[in-house]
Write a protein that binds this ligand. Structure first.
Ligand code: DAT
Ligand code: MG
Length: 159
């Protein structure tokens, strides 16, 4: 069942927390059949923000992005499942909520590029999922367990 154990890093951003969207967003991933293996309610400090968004440090929006992501609590998570990184990105929609299809998280909950509710590891950036998981979680904060519904989500999973 190794092809069911891809892990990806996901985070409800400060706007999503303030707007009470943690539950809705968690529900979407649960409903999809993904398995939560880590979750942490926390506030990101300047140093972690710079590490997490390092790829954008030369962009004009970087300072505003750091200010926003450190402005209030976030809910950081690790979700596991088949093709998890790409599937989560598909469920998130486009970077700009204004370009995101209805039915996606950003398309349903956002209108503004600077307040786009959720972060998910980039599936086109090889290894970004593992790097971001390592940045936010210690190994002992991730839980290995069997989700009893997996046999109904995956055809080749044993009952
Ligand atoms: P994503 O969050 O979809 O992976 P990204 O990695 O390109 O998008 O950018 C990280 C965040 O930076 C994004 O969620 C919102 C912000 N951002 C991206 N492009 C921006 C822009 N042109 N102006 C303002 N903020 C931007
Ligand atoms: Mg990105």
């Amino acid at each position: 069942m190794s092809h069911h154990d891809e892990r990806t890093f996901v985070m409800v951003k400060p706007d999503g927390v303030q707007r009470g969207l943690i539950g809705d967003i968690v529900s979407r991933f649960e409903d999809r059949g993904l398995k939560m293996v880590g979750g942490k309610f926390m506030q990101i400090d300047e140093k972690l923000a710079h590490e997490h968004y390092g790829e954008h440090e030369d962009k004009p929006f970087f300072d505003g992005l750091v200010e926003f992501i450190t402005s209030g609590p976030v809910f950081a998570m690790v979700w596991e499942g088949a093709d998890a990184t790409r599937q989560v990105r598909n469920m998130m929609g486009e970077t700009d909520p204004a370009d995101s299809a209805p039915g996606t998280i950003r398309g349903d909950f956002g209108l503004d590029l600077g307040h786009n509710v959720i972060h998910g590891s980039d599936h086109e950036d090889e290894g970004a999922n593992e790097r971001e998981i390592d940045l936010f979680f210690d190994e002992d904060e991730l839980v290995d367990y069997t989700l009893d519904t997996a046999a109904w989500v995956y055809e080749d999973e044993d009952h």
